[in-house]
Design a protein around this ligand. Sequence first.
Ligand code: KIV
Ligand code: ZN
Length: 563
Amino acid sequence: MPMPFHKYAPYATVDLPDRTWPDVVLTSAPIWCSTDLRDGNQALVNPMDTHRKRRFFALLLELGFTEIEVGFPAASKADFDFVRTLVEEELVPDGVTIAVLTQARPELIERTFESIAGARRAIVHLYNSTSVAQRRVVFRLDKAGITELAVRGAEMCRRLADDDVRFQYSPESFHHTELDFALEICEAVADAWRPTREAPMIVNLPTTVEHFPPNVYADRIEWFARNFTRRDAAIISVHPHNDRGTAVATAELGLMAGAQRVEGTLFGNGERTGNVDLVTLALNLLTQGVDPGLDLSQLDDARRIVEECNELPVHPRHPWSGELVYTAFSGSHQDAIKKGMHAQQQQADDAVWDVPYLPIDPRDVGRTYEAIIRVNSQSGKGGVAYLLEDRYGLDLPRGLQVELAQKVQAVTDAEGGELSADEIYHLFRSAYLEVNAPYELAGYVHEASELGDHLTARLLDGGEPLELAGEGNGPIAALVHALAKGTGHAVHVLDYHEHATSVGEDAMAAAYVEADVDGDPVWGVAVHASIVTASLRAIVNALNRALLVRAEQATAARAFDTA
Ligand code: KIV
Ligand code: ZN
């Protein structure tokens, strides 16, 4: 059945062929105004009590907000009391201005001014709805009537205000207001307030309900800014809601079009689909090399406080702040991250960050690198290898990575879910390092001379002592020779890698050997304080593993025969 699309009207565009905003690149942060304690709070199932509001307010100060809308005091006693607490307990530091919202109605304006009596600085934010629909169905007033309402409110504010009060006006539902009328009513309010360059008013142009794409909003902002008479005496502010899911883009394009200030909330709480998320906006700037003007370096702590105060979770995939956004599960992403992290670590500390799939260095927002790669059934060798290297200092050769990743995948396929770094390490230990039978290298004497190397090895074979001796070009070759003579097993080294796993006094060495044992290729691994011991043990490990694989194959074949 077709959807009832005929019920809805398309948006109008702005005739602005010489628009300039598409070429603008943002190079500085706007003035940030948090509306968490007002717009955000209005949208909560369980509005914040004083304790939660104070906690939220303290967080906003810590993050560096200098403008904070703290409530709608004439509409709610809780908001009124909170504003009084802030004023009376002098909780607003120097350099921070609180804002209070009021409708353009005399009794509300009066009560609003009562709430800020004695405040060192405050913004009185006056609004009335100007949209076509609200004029018709809510106010039943024409444009002149709506303008008169705004101007009367503005005049009253001017009468009641002292020098510590700044003014803000919002033509609410700006999105659904004819552009020329929005300009006209803002001009009329400005005439009442007579702002100056030194004491500018804030003209806030909200997308109260987002109804058209961000480019149309940007056209409206550019048009408005060009035509507003007192442009030098006004700070143009945007206040996007997220009904279409494009609030962030709306804010960004609004700024490109000339706005200087953004109102929004942390992580995007707010009416319906929320206010614009200021954290996303700020971190978007960070990724472009622009100082975001907010301290988001402990983002998880901030998120937890906001979740507790709002009693709402932040989605794990929320831009920049969700629990999972710096984590890759897929093999190809993990491989690229592993290589990218390695390349980045080779660079100077102040090098530009350029790691595939990680547009922000997780450390810049207070994350560790622990969670950037997590391993499940979709992961590959890159992820497994990254975790072993990152957590255990083991830099596995490629062939061994592939083999181990297959073992990891067998487990994740069978059991579902994910394997932690510890679980992968335990799998690695039991599949390689702990295969110590039947042969164990109990001791050796290695002598090197110009003629070659001589090795005497004391092995345990199923617990029984076994003395071997051999010669070769290096200790590994000498042991291989000794094993051939003393055990009858032919071991040929195909590939060999070694590296230090740590530095300093407790430095350890890891040795990896790919060997052909009696015709079967197999990996052997050992870790020891001495590199020679590690490499000899890796050879013995390869032999043990070859024998184990053979025994397992024989058992499987017998089981098959009897089945
Ligand atoms: O969304 C909106 O229009 C508002 C106004 C009161 C500014 O919150
Ligand atoms: Zn709003």
